[in-house]
Design a protein around this ligand. Sequence first.
Ligand code: TMP
Length: 222
Amino acid sequence: MSKGIFISFEGVDGAGKSTHIQGLAETFRQQGRQVTLTREPGGTPLAEKLRHMVLNDAMDPLTEALLMFAARRSHIQEVIQPALVRGDVVLCDRFTDATFAYQGHGRGFDLAVLSQLEQWVQGHADGLLEPDMTLWFALDPAIAAQRLAAARVPDRFESQPQAFFAQVHAGYEARALASPGRVVRINAAQSRHQVWQQMTQVLVRRGWLSIMVPVPAALTPP
Ligand code: TMP
C-alpha cells in the first residue's frame, strides 16, 4: 500500500525530540526526499482543534483517549496515508505509543481498550497502520522535568507530577520491549550532537539516509 517511510518520535515531555525532527526533515530534503513533517495530536484542522482541547480542558481519561484516537483517525486519513502513498518520508512527532504511555500507563487507562481503539482507527485490509520505525528519546523523567521547567509554560500534561512521567517512561519501555524491531531507543541524556549521531546512524543502517549526514545548522552549538 505504501511507498513512503513512516517514522514516529516519542519520549516524555522535555526529552528534546523536536529540534532533531526539524533537523532530520532538513536532511531528508537535502537528500532528495519529499518530507511530510507532522505531529500528534494534530496535523489536520480538525485534529489541531482536538489538540487544543486535550491540552487545555479538564476531562476524564476515557474522553481524553477517545479524542486522541479521533484526532489520529483524521490525521491518518487526510495526511499520513496520502503522504505514504505519494512516497514521502513522514516524520511524525508522537503517534500511538504516546497514547499507550500517557493514557495507558500515565493515567492508568485499560490497555486492552486502547488496543481495541487502535484496531478500529489504524486497522486496514493488510493489518495495522504503524510506523516503520519509532525513535524513542529515552530520558530519566527527573532530567526531563528540569529541562521543561526552564523551557515553557506547562500544558495539562507537562504540569503533571514527576511520578506521572515515571509511569509514562515505563509505558514507553514496555512498548519498546513488545516491538523491538520497530522501536529504537535513543539515549536522550547525551549531548545534542551525540543524539544526532546515534539517530542518523540508525537511519543510515536502514538505508534511508546516505552515509554523508552533516550536523544541521539548527543543532549547533551542541
Ligand atoms: P507535544 O507537547 O509533544 O506536542 O505533545 C502534546 C502532549 O500530548 C504531550 O504531553 C503528550 C500528550 N499526548 C498524549 O497524552 N497522548 C497521545 O496519544 C499523544 C499523541 C500525545
